[in-house]
Design a protein around this ligand. Structure first.
Ligand code: GLC
Length: 530
């Protein structure tokens, strides 16, 4: 195997910039704020930060509606501030990954304003326009992910435009070579500035059916699901032509050395892995969100890891994600005790881990009172849990009134428990989840076997998930009790196993008996090397 590169060895940490650190008291996080917290990130031990969009935007979807791809929104700072952040990150050995949103622009982007201005405008075909269906109404049954039809009627030109998300987010037409060219140049603009790669927003959405055929109904749809699940996205996502588009993005990345292409993709494993591309010509890391979607129990997760490992193409590098700015936080999904086992899983299973800011201190979803709602998804599709504000609340740095995040009024409220659940408090506690995460990261950095070694499952009973990581002459057994009752694991015959780290942060150095008892929710890493 060739020497692993940084995005294979390293840990990615996602920053939602509105909520990480506010340097100017406006209640919204910004780039200088991130810069002020770089020392925290190196103390924690992560290798790369991915920053959700910071470009000029009307903020209809909090930055995922971009009106200028090559500048910084004033609320976050300036291009100069960005360069300074990048330089200071690099000085510390931290990589910086930007969010690239190629599927759609803002409806205020000059390209769309031109496109909309008339049917004959040269940029008309930069977006997806279609006539009303005979007799009137939207061209077909395609639905917006954020509720309602995906087609918006433009009175002036008498046609509809397609938007997979908000009507303020018209989809670009990636079948148009001029669009590809312009967007490739956006990548080059940032790559030349020195960014280390991109996380590409909804990469599997970029190409839609050119005949605009209706999507089939979803027979499994039930009340209470988001309304767009009523049809199957057969003609609006994961089209065969997508792989040529992804390969085009990858070629631009490869014009520069040592950069990474990550794709946001919610698809079943067998479809997901196709985004590595033929002969690995696609994304380096098609994001693997299976841990967010799979039931949290040892059987399901063991089966998941097996099928993912089996599905990877030769040379395809695995990756794992526990949470992000669109999904309920891990500590809310599985509880505080299991969140510690989850951290051990994320940081010891084979593949690049992506951590979501705040999960390292066990932040939970924060219920948002109606009058403070921000997320347009919740406004459009109220009451069934679509809202994403709860997992986007500000980082809790300390126990002060502004949680060390702001001197002003935060754009979203803090969790009620911020006075205990914060970095400053937990950094001083030897048993905290923050201490656990930091120790796990340090161990992973010190022991290449845990980062880039081989993976083999260990047969286990009941609630225990167990596996071995091996490489560089070292061998580790990880055993995770994924339930809140005691369990046990039969140790491999003949092995002397010394406890290296447990999620309870005790028992270190003990030699494991042949039948190893595990406490409720306990995870352990054992050294089998001797
Ligand atoms: C992605 C982003 C999400 C955004 C959507 C539309 O799923 O992660 O936050 O709303 O794309 O850009």
């Amino acid at each position: 195997m060739p020497e692993p590169v940084w995005w294979q060895r390293g840990i990615v940490y996602q920053i939602y910039p509105r909520s990480f650190m506010d340097s100017n008291g406006d209640g919204i996080g910004d780039l200088p704020g991130i810069r002020q917290r770089l020392d925290y990130l190196t103390w924690l031990g992560v290798d790369a930060i991915w920053i959700s969009p910071v470009y000029p935007s009307p903020m209809a979807d909090f930055g995922y509606d971009i009106s200028n791809y090559v500048d910084i929104h004033p609320v976050f700072g300036t291009l100069e501030e960005f360069d300074r952040l990048l330089a200071e990150a690099h000085q510390r050995g931290l990589k910086l990954i930007l969010d690239f949103v190629p599927n759609h622009t803002s409806d205020q982007h000059p390209w769309f304003l031109e496109s909309r201005s008339s049917r004959t405008n040269p940029r008309r075909d930069w977006y997806i326009w279609a006539d009303p269906r005979p007799g009137g109404g939207p061209p077909n049954n395609w639905l917006s992910d954020f509720g309602g039809t995906a087609w918006e009627f433009d009175e002036r030109s008498g046609q509809y435009y397609y938007h997979a998300f908000l009507r303020e987010q018209p989809d670009l037409n990636w079948r148009n070579p001029a669009v590809c060219q312009a967007m490739h140049d956006v990548l080059r603009f940032w790559l030349r500035r020195g960014v280390d790669g991109f996380r590409v927003d909804v990469i599997w959405y970029l190409i839609k059916d050119d005949q605009l055929r209706d999507n089939p109904p979803n027979p499994a749809y039930s009340e209470g699901e988001p309304p767009h699940h009523a049809v199957l996205p057969l003609h609006t996502a994961d089209r065969p032509e997508i792989h040529a588009v992804v390969a085009g993005l990858r070629r631009v990345i490869d014009e520069f050395t040592d950069r990474v292409l990550i794709g946001e993709i919610y698809l079943p494993i067998e479809r997901l892995v196709s985004y590595y591309g033929a002969d690995l010509s696609g994304a380096h890391l098609p994001f693997n969100f299976q841990l967010i979607q799979t039931q949290w129990n040892a059987r399901a997760i063991a089966a998941l890891i097996d099928s993912y490992e089996a599905a990877l193409p030769p040379g395809g590098w695995p990756n794992w994600v526990l949470g992000n700015h669109d999904k309920s936080r891990i500590a809310t999904r599985i509880g505080a005790a299991q969140a510690r086992a989850a951290a051990m899983l994320l940081l010891t299973v084979r593949g690049t881990p992506t951590m979501y800011y705040g999960d390292e201190i066990g932040m939970t979803d924060v219920p948002i009172p109606r009058h403070l709602l921000q997320d347009p998804f919740e406004r459009n599709v109220p009451g069934i849990g679509c809202g994403r504000d709860p997992e986007r609340t500000p980082m809790q740095w300390d126990a002060s009134p502004g949680a060390g995040f702001t001197t002003g009024r935060p754009w979203l409220p803090f969790a009620p428990d911020w006075q205990e659940t914060n970095v400053a408090t937990q950094a001083g506690l030897s048993g905290s989840i923050l201490t656990l995460c930091r120790r796990l990261i340090a161990l992973r950095r010190a022991e290449p076997a845990l980062a880039v070694g081989s993976y083999s499952p260990v047969h286990s009973e009941g609630d225990v998930l167990a596996y071995i990581r091996e490489g560089s002459g070292r061998r580790f057994l990880v055993a995770l009790n994924l339930a809140s009752r005691p369990a046990q694991l039969t140790m491999p015959a003949g092995a002397t196993a010394r406890m290296l780290l447990t999620t309870y942060l005790d028992r270190e150095g003990e030699i494991a008996p042949s039948l190893l008892p595990l406490r409720p929710d306990e995870g352990v890493i054992l050294d089998l090397s001797q």
